[in-house]
Design a protein around this ligand. Structure first.
Ligand code: ZN
Length: 463
């Protein structure tokens, strides 16, 4: 008997976690963190919906926190199996999990300081030690397109998902002794035609497909338009002597933005004297990891590398230390500040927003997804003021929302990826229930696919 259950990303965007049970073997695909509003994030402290000690193998599609963020918690609660991922994913997941542990420990310390006499407000889900312990369970790296045995009756093949460095869709061949079924997990899918990475590998034949639906309801703006819009935002802001604050995801988005800034400087699309700060230790480490994995790059980018390092340029400062980061607060204008987190619910970006949001001369340029309930979403939605570090900050800076940079496939790309081959069923996950998920369901059903939106922890028989 084969059972599929979704323990995160069910009728919601974050927390990706899928379980395949075949006879007495259990394989988990991703073990991500819930991110967004306090209510959503409470899901992290709730039981997994299965026994972590009973999981044989975790297959990790990619290193985003909402796909790997609960792995240290899984280990803390008894998981002792193997974790399998591509080399780039393993290296990136290391910094993502350590960063997450560090933020949780720091938040807990801050809450305790503020609330000395009361009970600790929020305990960290896991510690730095737990995150380090989790690294011990990563087994040998897997390459794209090789078929590997996972447990008795289950084989896996990782396919390039074109989403972030090392990202994969995972195809499982499952044999329970009486029937053979194939099941394809999309992971997060990228958009074709972006710099640095290859396009996603189109979905191969599979009986069942578990598919993300983040942007299942809309097309994105084209990338060249989006790049021009970013250059425009930078020129306008620098001309009026403001700063450009770009909340940026440390993996992929930051490196893409650096690449476009490099190109903008080269072509004169942005002023030569602009100073650029990459103010995120994680993004700096991620950029180093990018340099180490040229095997993940597409052909064009490999050629560009021969003309110099696209992640280095005049005026670019990597500010790893806190003191260097704080010194940016004194920069009155003419700077581009890239910092995380992308959704502004943590990290150094909050300091830069606090110092720039109230200034009419400055701009905030959103280049990524803003989940419901996050600070980024409130600003994108036009809040007149927002609360940062217990202070009300009026929003007077110009706000740009540029969605063409998304690392997620839009509706046309999702449809193209899935193709037209018949499937027994398509499970839609990883999307806002009444937006991307429903919209994609409607389009797929018009095209003759049988769709299901699994509920959290709901066991589904695969026959
Ligand atoms: Zn992702």
């Amino acid at each position: 008997m084969i059972i599929y259950s979704c323990h995160g990303g069910a009728k919601q965007v974050t927390g990706s976690c899928h379980l395949i049970t075949c006879n007495d073997r259990k394989v988990l695909i991703d073990c991500g963190m819930f991110q967004g509003s306090d209510e959503v994030e409470r899901g992290n402290a709730e039981p997994f919906g299965f026994d972590p000690a009973g999981i044989d193998v975790v297959l990790l599609t990619h290193a985003h926190l909402d796909h790997c963020g609960r792995i240290p918690l899984l280990v803390r609660q008894g998981f002792r199996g193997r974790i399998i991922a591509t080399a780039a994913t393993r290296e990136l997941a290391r910094i993502v999990m350590l960063d997450s542990a560090g933020i949780q420990e720091e938040d807990a310390r801050r809450a305790q300081r503020k609330n000395r006499r009361a009970e600790p407000v929020k305990l960290p889900l896991y510690s730095m030690d737990d995150a380090l312990h989790a690294l011990d369970f990563f087994a040998a790296d897997v390459s794209y397109d090789e078929t590997i045995p996972i447990v008795d009756g289950i084989r896996a093949r990782f396919l390039d998902a074109g989403h972030i460095l090392g990202s994969a869709s995972i195809l499982l061949d499952i044999d329970d002794g009486t029937q053979q079924r194939s099941m394809l997990f999309s992971g997060d899918l990228g958009n074709p035609g972006r710099p640095i990475l290859r396009d996603p590998t189109p979905a191969p034949a599979a009986d069942y497909v578990v598919m993300e639906s983040t942007y299942g309801d809309r097309p994105h703006r084209s990338v060249p338009d989006s790049v021009d819009e970013m250059y425009q935002a930078i020129r306008d802001t620098v001309t009026r002597r403001g700063n450009v604050v770009i909340p940026s995801f440390a993996l992929e988005r930051t490196q893409e933005i650096l690449y476009y800034l490099h190109r903008g400087l080269r072509t004169g699309a942005i002023p030569q004297h602009v100073r650029i700060f990459l103010d995120s230790p994680m993004a700096i480490s991620a950029t180093e990891i990018f340099r180490r994995h040229p095997e993940c790059f597409d052909v064009n980018f490999q050629q560009e590398l021969q003309h110099g390092d696209p992640f280095a340029m005049p005026g670019l400062h990597f500010t790893r230390e806190t003191a260097e980061s704080m010194a940016i607060n004194n920069v009155d204008g003419g700077a581009i500040i890239l910092a995380g987190s992308g959704m502004c619910n943590g990290g150094r970006i909050r300091h830069h927003l606090k110092h720039n949001l109230w200034r009419e001369r400055s701009s905030v340029v959103f280049v990524g997804y803003a989940a419901e309930g996050t600070l980024a979403r409130r600003i994108v939605d036009g809040a007149a003021s927002v609360r940062i570090f217990n202070e009300d900050i009026p929003v007077r800076a110009q706000v740009w929302t540029i969605n063409g940079f998304s690392a997620h496939a839009d509706q046309p790309s999702l449809l193209a990826w899935l193709g037209e081959q018949p499937r027994r069923k398509v499970f839609l996950v990883h999307g806002e229930y009444d937006r991307g998920m429903h919209a994609l369901q409607e389009v797929l059903e018009q095209r003759g696919f049988h769709c299901q939106l699994p509920g959290p922890h709901e066991p589904i028989k695969i026959d």
